[in-house]
Design a binder for this molecule. Sequence first.
Ligand code: SF4
Ligand code: MSK
Length: 661
Amino acid sequence: MEEKKELLKKKEKDMPDPKDFTTCDATIQMLNKARRDGVETAFERAHTMKACPIGSESACCKHCFMGPCRLNARDPYSKVGVCGATIDTIQARNFARFVASGCAAHTDHGMSMLDLFREVVNGHIKDYRIKNPQKLEAVAQSIGIETEGREMMDIAKDLYSELERTYTQVEGEIPFAQRVPPKTLETWRKYGLVPRGAMREIMEMMHRTHMGVDQDYTNITKQFSRTALADGWGGSMVATEISDILFGIPTPVSIEVNMGVLKEDQVNIIVHGHEPNLFESMIESVSEPSLVQAAKAAGAKGINLCGMCCSGAEVLVRHGIPHAGNFMSTEAILVTGAVDAMCVDVQCIKQGLAKVADCYGTKLITTNPRCHIEGVTHIEFHEHTPKECTDEVVIQAIGRFKNRTAKIEIPKIKNAGVHGFSHEYINYMLGGSFRGSYVPLNDNIINGRIRGVAGVVGCTNPRTKQDWIHVELVKELIRNDVLVLQTGCSQIALAKAGLTTPEAAHLAGPGLKEVCETVGMPPVLGIGSCVDNSRILIAASEMVKTGGLGNSIADLPVAGAAPEYMSEKAISIGQYFVASGVFTVFGVTFPTVEGTKFHKHLFEDLEKMGMGKWGFANDPGEMARLIIEHIDKKRKALGIDKARERQLMSMADRRSLDAAA
Ligand code: SF4
Ligand code: MSK
């Protein structure tokens, strides 16, 4: 340990200050402590592990063993791979596989939720139940299932069989294609983009990107668009809708975020990952009287359950469970020494957690058969007997509390916010309980109080300063009257910055501020985990259906951004937004070579085909400029730019009247 500390001290001399890694004060405090303790995190590793320039521009191919082949990104058409593959084929195939992997992650998650639903409906699982029958009916009706006068369980059985097609169907269109605005669907049909079933699309995508199959970047783009749509309107949407049916629809709830939610005198348990069923059972286990008693007998005042990453986002919006931080804080929080157990399921679980947990004696526990980590305790979560796992996690955490040896330092930083704005709640909030609708939102966009809507979502990435771009981008957007919807780790960045409170309305432009103050809502609406981006698709469809803003999603004055993304899931999300008609801007890096035909295809041609398009910027001001410019372009095409000018003129008129008075 001493030798290691010395080594790290030497390395530390060349290391940037933690303030250069993140804007999160709690994470800075813990990174400083980690250095004192001789502990390394992904921030330091990202600094020493320089990204491969050829790989980051996707100019290499290792799809067969005649390669790997590396092309020159500076002169991309000067060379081809051994098989003759061009730079466009190579980039398109790589991009396609990112989409296939991201789509697989979301659809496998969705399928787990559907498996759980089937077992609940068939009466094989008693620990969960249908918590929201209204949502069950609404989802069933949205795909044409008769609900009038029928028993809830009969509707549920039909819903299960219909939704199973999302995954297994080999011909036809996935069920939620029925929710897509007709003109958007027409574009998809024209280019053959309507997904049949997620498994088929992923399988075909992997086949077509094998050596010697699809070697036309435009044709590859069609299939990865179809694969991405099988995620957004398929796997992800099923995951969200089934989770709402089983666990409840999010409604606004006051929440606390940041590392200050840990309590030194309590047994602290963190759940990290993505699937809500593990967390729902954990909520039950920490309230179990015998376990609470055991915690007290061990000297604790109680059991403190917190979330991180998207598991945290799921229960933050449903139950108001405190959230301890986003993706880039998961190692840092273990440095507090106060986490007794961190239990994880799937996705975004860094293997590096194992080493940090080991240094502080935290019990790191994997629970899902899909995600084991070498050397880490595995307690399998079975949905038929869920509490066997979650009770055991609590017991292990109590054991660690009793034998705590690590020095504890909890950053005293806690922020408040209001989250839980599902698209159903937005409907109700703006329209009221008697006339719940999107009409007021559309009206406020048409009259220019709200300039447009932007979804700002996604991860944090150690290759950029944690949270910085999220926060600065969103501030600039709301200042320009753009209403912001948020999911995943991005909303935690904004919650830590205090922008998810109704009081943050004072940071908004005059129009958005007026709407927020009238309704009592924040200018930044946290709506769920990264799989819940499907809620944004539904909200966009509702805006089209409500009228006055064009006939397709591509007509709406909306945009999307994932400023600090790091995962393949984000590429799939970005592509399903683009294929649905949304201009989508990414930051950090983009896996294409500028100036190539494939890059132009993604950044220009798709829009001309009636879809959205990709954008890229690393600076939050530039990102905001791109988004606002796009929103204004759409407003102009809709003929509602005049309404905005009129409003600005009337303000000027008012000022001149005031001056004259
Ligand atoms: Fe090289 Fe072609 Fe093989 Fe890719 S598929 S590694 S470009 S030979
Ligand atoms: S957890 S995919 S870091 S949002 Fe969904 Fe956060 Fe990105 Fe993972």
